[in-house]
Design a protein around this ligand. Structure first.
Ligand code: GLY
Length: 475
């Protein structure tokens, strides 16, 4: 008997390695013959190869996205969106209004990533125990700079300068500044504050001492299906030095929580996010929340987890830790999200480590470590063939996901400005997964690329565990 698989057309709006991980998961479907329609920021070499149709819309303008979706409407069963910009700008509302394509991502109204001020106010009403103390400084409320500075100084005196400064609008982590990390004097703090304040409202909140983790959940509007916890490495260089980046790597343990957490910490996170979900959902269901409306950056303190921020999309690199070990077929997961019957998602009990490679200018690497840059390789093609070869050799325990890379007319692939590619290592424990990830990166040739060598290292994780132990013992 010949078994013919159902054909499924999927629209993927994406950029970077996160988008490639999504495309990879769909193209590995065992239950469906997938045809993928990709809207990308550039000609990503992996997506160009895998897509039925591939189009570049660098600014992710929602009208242009909708036009492409409309053109292929008959062939597309559903769409999914990775990056925040089109989600916040209402891509779901527009595509669902203009076409019959159901989209997996929150509607504009429920993309709460769009305003950190609105998030903090919501959390204050619903989960005050998880919200650090904060004040909002909005240019609309102050007629002069001296008035805002006066109020800011009162607040800084109260918190002894130990604050985090965050712009209201998402700035890819770039506007965030933390006392002791990004500034050490009140003058520097004020300078950082003003560089954000000139563009709009700024939050100044109490700096929280703890260990960070990333919570993500799929949502069908009716249920939350929490995903295993991951840890992101935001700072550019080893030992958490250098500027904030989009994330230089991340890890996931075999269990659903991290080595420095307890199962009760994970339960507490789920309770917190469920309270927020129920508040937004109301009675019954709210399909506006479809997708990953709650990717929560938590910080674990001696007194339980606090929320650093909420994103309305999958994390990059955190979702790359999870999709390669998804036990369920990702297409079925998406259909269940659309049908409103996704209660849980199953993963293999394995550890994963994601390590990113970046070009010399990223995070200012070239200026800080000029001796580590092979200048003859700059702007030369990046050859991934050896790294791809490892995927087979390592029986799928290494995945190579090109990110900010471009396939050019000469048939070669080049690194652009942002994170170039990531290697996902899968293993029976974190150490083993880390080795696999690093082996993947060591097989990449060209482009003068660099990476953080301490992602998920035993030393880094031990420090996190000891830090948590100290924090817990203080309470
Ligand atoms: N991992 C950081 C982010 O996705 O925003």
């Amino acid at each position: 008997m010949v078994f013919i698989m159902d054909r499924v057309g999927i629209l993927v709006v994406c950029y970077g390695s996160r988008g490639v991980a999504i495309v990879d998961s769909f193209s590995r479907s065992q239950n469906y013959a997938t045809e993928i329609y990709v809207i990308d920021k550039q000609r990503n070499p992996y997506n160009v190869k895998k897509a039925k149709k591939h189009v570049v819309i660098p600014d992710f303008d929602v009208e242009k996205i909708c036009k492409f979706a409309k053109k292929h409407e008959r062939m597309i069963d559903f769409g999914i969106v990775g990056p925040e910009k089109p989600i916040i700008n209402g891509v779901r509302d527009v595509v669902e209004r203009e076409t019959e394509i159901p989209m997996i991502c929150p509607t504009r109204e429920y993309a709460i990533e769009g305003s950190k001020v609105a998030q903090r106010r919501l959390f204050q009403r619903v989960v005050p125990e998880a919200n650090p103390s904060f004040r909002v400084f909005d240019p609309k409320d102050y007629s002069t700079l001296s008035k805002v500075k006066r109020n800011l100084n009162v607040w800084l005196d109260e918190l002894n300068n130990k604050v985090a400064i965050k712009p209201d609008r998402p700035a890819a982590g770039k506007g965030v500044g933390v006392w002791g990390d990004h500034f050490n004097t009140r003058e520097q703090l004020l300078e950082h504050f003003l560089s954000n304040y000139e563009y709009g409202a700024v939050i100044v909140e109490k700096k929280v001492d703890g260990e960070e983790s990333s919570f993500q959940a799929f949502c069908d509007g009716k249920h939350l299906a929490p995903l295993p916890e991951t840890r992101d490495y935001k700072r550019a260089f080893d030992e958490d030095k250098g500027p904030n980046t989009g994330g230089m790597g991340s890890y996931k343990d075999v269990s659903d929580w991290l080595p420095f957490m307890t199962p009760a910490d994970k339960e507490k996170e789920i309770q917190i996010v469920n309270k927020i979900f129920k508040k937004l959902k109301g009675k019954g269901s709210n399909p506006g929340l479809r997708g990953v409306p709650f990717y929560e950056a938590f910080i674990h303190t001696g007194r339980g987890p606090k929320i650093l921020e909420n994103n309305s999309r999958p994390g990059d690199p955190e979702i790359q830790n999870l999709l390669p070990i998804l036990k369920d077929d990702f297409v079925d997961v998406c259909f269940r999200i659309l049908d409103g019957n996704l209660r849980r998602v199953r993963f293999e009990k394995r550890a994963t480590v994601v390590t990113y490679m970046a070009p010399p200018n990223y995070g200012g690497f070239k200026n800080v470590f000029p001796e580590r840059v092979n200048s003859s390789e700059i702007d030369k093609p990046v050859d991934l063939s050896g790294a791809y070869g490892l995927t087979k050799k390592y029986e799928e325990r290494v995945r190579i996901y090109p990110g900010s890379m471009e396939l050019r007319d000469d048939g070669q692939t080049y690194a652009l400005d942002s994170r170039t590619l990531c290697a996902v290592g899968i293993g029976e424990n974190i150490e083993n997964a880390r080795e696999n990830s690093l082996d993947g990166l060591r097989a990449v040739k060209g482009g003068a690329l660099w990476f953080r060598a301490d992602i998920a290292s035993r030393d880094h994780i031990t420090k996190s565990m000891e830090h948590m132990k100290r924090l817990r013992s203080q309470w």
